[in-house]
Design a binder for this molecule. Structure first.
Ligand SMILES: Cc1cc2nc3c(=O)[nH]c(=O)nc-3n(C[C@H](O)[C@H](O)[C@H](O)COP(=O)(O)O)c2cc1C
Length: 115
């Protein structure tokens, strides 16, 4: 099944090598489905990472091909596949290249400087 998922997930072929994967979807008519499943995915990833288990978000829709494989009903939208597994090599915890906080956070009105 993981091998099949890896073949179908063009942007995540490494799914085939995962220890396990969670395919996440929500009922198409759910107003908060996309938000709720995104939050659930983030929680799963953070919880796994706490135990040293790595993961990634594969997809963000465009995964209809996995539905027949898993007997997922038509009215369920698949938002992503989350492969999990212990990292093959140690993962660094260096600094990410992020925008400075002042570019994305405003104190008071939008555009007001953060500091
Ligand atoms: C909604 C969403 C979809 C993503 N889809 C893919 C994907 O299909 N394949 C992939 O290798 N990474 C995917 N990623 C992972 C991102 O490319 C990136 O590695 C990840 O968000 C970590 O970013 P950060 O550590 O810079 O915040 C996705 C991430 C998000 C949030």
């Amino acid at each position: 099944m993981l091998r099949h998922l890896g073949e179908l997930a063009g942007s995540g072929p490494y799914t085939a090598q995962a220890a396990f994967a969670v395919v996440v979807g929500y009922r198409h008519d759910s107003i908060f489905g996309e938000s709720d499943t995104s939050r659930a995915i983030q929680s799963m990833m953070l919880t796994a990472w706490e135990a040293g288990v790595g993961s990634n978000f594969v997809g963000f829709h465009g995964l209809d091909a996995v539905k027949p494989l898993l007997a997922i009903p038509d009215d369920v939208d698949v938002i992503g596949i989350i492969p999990f597994g212990y990292p093959a090599k140690p993962v660094g915890t260096g600094k990410k290249r992020r925008k400075p906080i002042g570019e994305v956070v405003h104190r008071g009105r939008f555009g007001d400087p953060w500091e």
